[in-house]
Design a protein around this ligand. Sequence first.
Ligand code: SAM
Length: 354
Amino acid sequence: MNKPTQQNWLLYCRPGFEQDCAQEALRQAKQQKPIIGVEQPAIIADSGYVIVTLNQQTLNYRELIFARQLIRLQQIIATLPERDRLTPILDAIAALPGNFGTLWLEVPDTNDGKLLAAFTRRFQPLLENALREQGRLLDDLRATRLHVFFPDKSSVMIGSSDPHNSADAIMGIARQSMPVEAPSRSTMKLAEAIEVFMDKSEQTRLLRQGMQAVDLGAAPGGWTWQLVRRGIRVTAVDNGPMKGVLATHPLVQHLKQDGFKYAPRKAVDWLVCDMVEKPSRVATLVGAWFVAGWCKHTIFNLKLPMKQRVAALDSALGGIRKQLDEEGINYRMSAKQLYHDRDEVTVYLTKTKG
Ligand SMILES: C[S@@+](CC[C@H](N)C(=O)[O-])C[C@H]1O[C@@H](n2cnc3c(N)ncnc32)[C@H](O)[C@@H]1O
């Protein structure tokens, strides 16, 4: 398909963010080595995926904000026969080296993709059984995954992902269910952020009963709900009302104040912030909380502008890094456009030991 010095990478993203996803991946690759002799594949607007062609550079999934999944693309079949899709797919997989831990059949996160899901559900056991018979499928979650991605019903892209450098969820979507008691759908954003950014041991260590948190832009209370359900005491700052169980919850103190002016009387464990504001303004605020020692960990959202989204994020996140580096603070920061995010990205920042 490609010259041996070229490697195609398939990345899934939120439909509408293909340019941002490709721009960020190419930049990461170019920071390792210039990309030579490659014409980049065309970007299909609103398709929910992009392909980038690199030389020997590798991509680091965790450093990519817009990529939901990262796949080393190995085969493309542009036209599948309608009557027998299985044989050409098995032939293509036969040409790939090694065995696979799991098989994921995937579609884009678009309306057309949803229509294909019924087909992939029927097709999955056929392909899985055939691969098992051939001894290619190991049922080992730690081994390389095999992805069979249908951009539409008549074509397929086949590739593999490394469980240590990819999302651990089919289609790269850590889907959350809506808890009945939570007062807003935003609650799923914080639930997803906790699952995506923190491993199980970190979740147990850093989200404990008796901890203290501040939620800036808290109303109607979806994020606060995620914290109080873990036994964390929350100061909820918002001029708007807290709703449902949170209006009178014993662990919640609601303050009708401006989140940009509020200062805690004592340092807290957590700051969460979902205020709709310019990314640079929120970033400066979060940086200032860390520098002042007012919190140890934070999850916050940055609302994206319509244009120059990668540049706006660079500037906001770069601003935080500068603030913390100047003060000699050790930290770990990760940012992702989560499945439950729309025109926004979510950032996790935590203090680490020196
Ligand atoms: C997206 S909503 C937050 C939703 C909330 N995280 C939840 O899960 O229910 C944004 C909130 O930020 C609040 N907000 C915007 N600017 C603010 C400010 N300067 N100070 C305090 N709250 C602010 C708004 O009143 C609004 O309730």
